[in-house]
Design a protein around this ligand. Structure first.
Ligand SMILES: Nc1nc2c(ncn2[C@@H]2O[C@H](COP(=O)(O)OP(=O)(O)O)[C@@H](O)[C@H]2O)c(=O)[nH]1
Ligand SMILES: [Mg+2]
Ligand SMILES: [Zn+2]
Length: 307
């Protein structure tokens, strides 16, 4: 029977199949599709299980993943740890201030999400605080910039409840992760979405130390709205998958789309004549800060290794 992995410790797995939950081990040696990974099965994986009794089963097959988030293992450049698989939506929670989310952080996150093929929606949280003329202008600017780039972006407030129902409806039935800097309100949003439930989810409120590479295992919770919420401290910002510099523009959707009109097919959109991207930046069709962050990723030798 088919089930979904809702918890993993690395040696055993909790698998949900219909209403039943099983503690599972991996049957014999399942061939590892991705031998670079330290863990063959992750939260979010769909698996085939063979029950041994009402509580225990063995995992006999792992279904192909639609996507997955990895974290590089420390000092073992070839090894990685799969944090979560089959994510339908990443919600990137951002704030204008208290704390301020940098556009460079947002653009790097979106780049990673594109590389992982995980759709991303931006939530501007704490909009109850952002009422000054200046803040409202910034919100308008961010909304315009990111919707032009192809992303959904809307304001929410965990405190006032603004758009919480909209968010809840949208999440229903999906497997989701919340990402964003510490202090932007991820835990508070979860609490607003599922008050009776949020206390169960502990790790998202723990600050995640960027510098450490301790093995982190995610856990999946079913929210009352039918969403499968993957809680992991590892997705504050996604680690980047390896990719070639030439592919970078593929992960800025609006740049990629426009680049079809560049004269050179291998245009880097920095100095080439008849570059459609440079033209679009000049006439405002592509936001300057998006372009600048594209260039800074392009120049950054560490892009592919950045956490
Ligand atoms: N004014 C306001 N404060 C919020 C909102 N959401 C969260 N906060 C506050 O921001 C702080 C950090 O929230 P928390 O949920 O712990 O952030 P996390 O680190 O992303 O999980 C807390 O003091 C919250 O009360 C909001 O919508 N409006
Ligand atoms: Mg938190
Ligand atoms: Zn170009």
């Amino acid at each position: 029977m088919k089930g979904i992995v809702v918890k993993s410790t690395g040696s055993w797995y909790k698998v949900l199949s219909g209403e039943q939950r099983f503690d599972c081990r991996i049957k014999g040696k399942i061939r590892l599709e991705d031998s670079k990974s330290t863990n063959p099965i992750a939260v979010g994986d769909w698996v085939e299980i063979e029950p041994e009794n009402a509580e225990q089963a063995v995992i006999s097959h792992i279904y192909d993943r639609s996507n997955y988030i990895i974290r590089k293992a420390a000092n073992l450049s070839k090894q990685s740890h799969v944090i979560a698989a089959n994510v339908d939506m990443a919600y990137l929670v951002v704030t204008l201030h208290s704390p301020k989310t940098l556009l460079s952080f947002i653009d790097r996150f979106l780049l990673s999400a594109e590389a992982y093929t995980i759709p991303c929606t931006i939530l501007i949280n704490k909009c109850d605080l952002f009422t000054s003329e200046h803040d409202l202008a910034t919100i308008t600017e961010w909304k315009e910039m990111y919707s032009k780039a192809g992303y959904d972006i809307f304001c929410v407030s965990a405190h006032s409840g603004e758009n919480i129902q909209k968010l809840s409806n949208e999440m229903a039935g999906k497997t989701v992760v919340f990402a964003g800097n510490s202090g932007v309100g991820k835990s508070s949003l979860l609490n607003a979405l599922a008050p009776q439930f949020a206390s169960k989810v502990a790790s998202i409120s723990k600050s995640h130390n960027k510098g450490t590479h301790t093995t982190t295992f995610a856990e999946m919770y079913e929210l009352p709205n039918g969403a499968r919420f993957i809680d992991t401290p590892g997705v504050k910002s996604f680690g980047l998958l390896d990719f070639d510099k030439e592919e970078l523009s593929h992960y800025f959707p609006e740049i990629f789309k426009t680049s079809k009109h560049c004269q050179f097919h291998n245009c880097t959109h920095t100095h080439e004549p008849h570059c459609a991207v440079l033209l679009a930046v000049e006439n405002g069709e592509i936001a300057l800060s998006r372009y600048e962050n594209y260039v800074s990723c392009l120049l950054d030798e560490n892009t592919k290794h950045r956490k």
